[in-house]
Design a binder for this molecule. Structure first.
Ligand code: ZN
Ligand code: ZN
Length: 419
């Protein structure tokens, strides 16, 4: 029996990589427009990067991390998300200097969570993430949301919706949490077992719970919007004004908390059509305390991450991408082996995508291969062509054929394929 890939892990095959890379390219173009620079982060970190950074009380840390002890006895974890790693790097390389500076970073790559395999969820999944450090202002939130909005638009996501909330701050969240705990404590029999165990310490998690009765319970629960302090009211109001000025549609959902502990004030999520209940394709928010709690100075931050797998499923119209097919297929006979080799080399040096046979099979066989390759042109060099120093260039789409001097074919083909 041949060995198969691990459950929940998949190969990205050549047939779909074109669209995948095009999405990454469009993201990179937009990151450049907003001044974000790429950072390549390690795939694994010391476990405490995530237990501290993502939060002990989260599902990710409690149930989903791939953690192991390496041969040196150190606890290592495959990164389940990018923000905590990026914060670790930000602090380690003192990117907060000079004080008050703004640092914008983006990353792309695989993340790992041992989730229950289901539609649209993978144990190795890909994210594109953006983090902006050093600005507490709502304008910074508006910038990252605008970037995300333009990205979603650029790749034609089906029915995108931006959901927005503010989770308040260390001033107004504690009274809200207390009110929520009080509301839940007199109704705790109505909560699922999981929520009964966590609501006192982590009442916000009940908003995230997928169990039907918990969802019903929070429908009437107190919400944070009734508890904002004046600063949070001002911050959220300005953010909404800035989004409206940028023509970004959104709806405010005071029950959206997102499953992580580190968010402060702004949180947001983008959902798409046609994905069923797992319809979130991107999410993020502000995390003004994470740099400090991770051992750095007090540096405010905001950012988002996009999940590539679900994103790719929700692209509404095919992206215009290069098909990766050859420009030219060289068909040659034994007598033309030298010419074919030289011409293939020179065409490739000149930026032309070339496919060739490695041994000169029959003419009919090679023409069949040329057609199958999807090449736009075939260059045909047989014994007669070598003798007359003239090759044939066939336009495989149009079926037309012209003669061309052997010495001029490189120039001629380079000109033809660039049109
Ligand atoms: Zn507040
Ligand atoms: Zn629950």
């Amino acid at each position: 029996m041949a060995i198969k890939a691990v459950k929940g892990v998949k190969d990205i095959l050549p047939g779909s990589i074109g669209a995948w890379r095009e999405v990454e390219k469009r993201a990179k173009d937009l990151f450049a427009r907003f001044g974000f620079k790429e950072i390549v982060l390690p795939i694994f970190e010391k476990t405490e990067v995530f237990t501290k950074g993502v939060g002990e009380g989260t599902d990710i840390v409690q149930k989903e991390m791939y953690t192991f002890e390496d041969q040196g006895g150190e606890s290592i974890t495959l990164r389940p998300e990018g923000t905590a790693s990026c914060v670790r790097a930000f602090i380690e390389h003192s990117m907060f200097h000079p004080p008050g500076s703004v640092t914008k970073l983006f990353y792309m790559g695989p993340m790992f969570r041992r989730e229950r395999p289901q539609a649209g969820r993978f144990r190795q999944f890909y994210q594109i993430g953006a983090e902006l450090y050093g600005a507490a202002e709502p304008e910074a939130d508006a910038d990252v949301i605008h970037l995300l909005h333009l990205f979603i638009t650029a790749i034609h996501i089906k029915g995108p919706k931006l959901h927005l909330n503010s989770l308040g701050c260390e001033v107004c969240r504690p009274p809200f949490k207390a009110a929520l705990v009080e509301y839940l404590s007199v109704r705790k029999e109505g909560l699922c077992e999981n929520c009964q165990g966590r609501y006192e310490k982590n009442p916000l998690r009940v908003f995230d719970c997928k169990v039907e009765k918990c969802q019903q319970m929070v429908a009437d629960a107190p919400t944070i919007d009734k508890h904002y302090c004046p600063d949070c009211t001002g911050h959220f109001g300005t953010l909404q004004k800035r989004l409206a000025q940028l023509n970004i549609p959104y709806n405010v959902n005071p029950r959206m908390v997102r499953g992580l502990d580190y968010y402060t004030r702004t949180v947001f999520e983008v959902t798409a059509e046609g994905l069923g209940s797992q319809n979130s394709i991107a999410g993020g928010g502000r995390y003004d305390n994470l740099v400090k709690t991770s051992g750095g100075p007090q540096v405010p931050a905001t950012g988002f991450a996009v999940g590539m797998e679900r994103l790719m499923e929700s692209i509404g119209q095919p992206l215009e991408i290069s098909d990766g097919n050859p420009d030219v297929f060289i068909i040659y006979m034994e007598e033309a082996a030298d010419e074919a080799n030289k011409i293939a080399g020179r065409l490739r040096e000149n930026g032309v995508k070339v496919e060739r046979a490695y041994k000169p099979l029959g003419m009919k066989n090679q023409i069949g291969r040329a057609d199958k390759s999807g090449a736009r042109f075939a260059l045909i060099i047989g014994a007669d062509e070598v003798a007359s120093r003239t090759a044939k260039i066939k336009n495989l789409g149009a079926g037309t054929q012209t003669d061309c001097l052997l010495d001029a074919v490189v120039e001629e083909l380079a000109r033809l394929v660039s049109r």
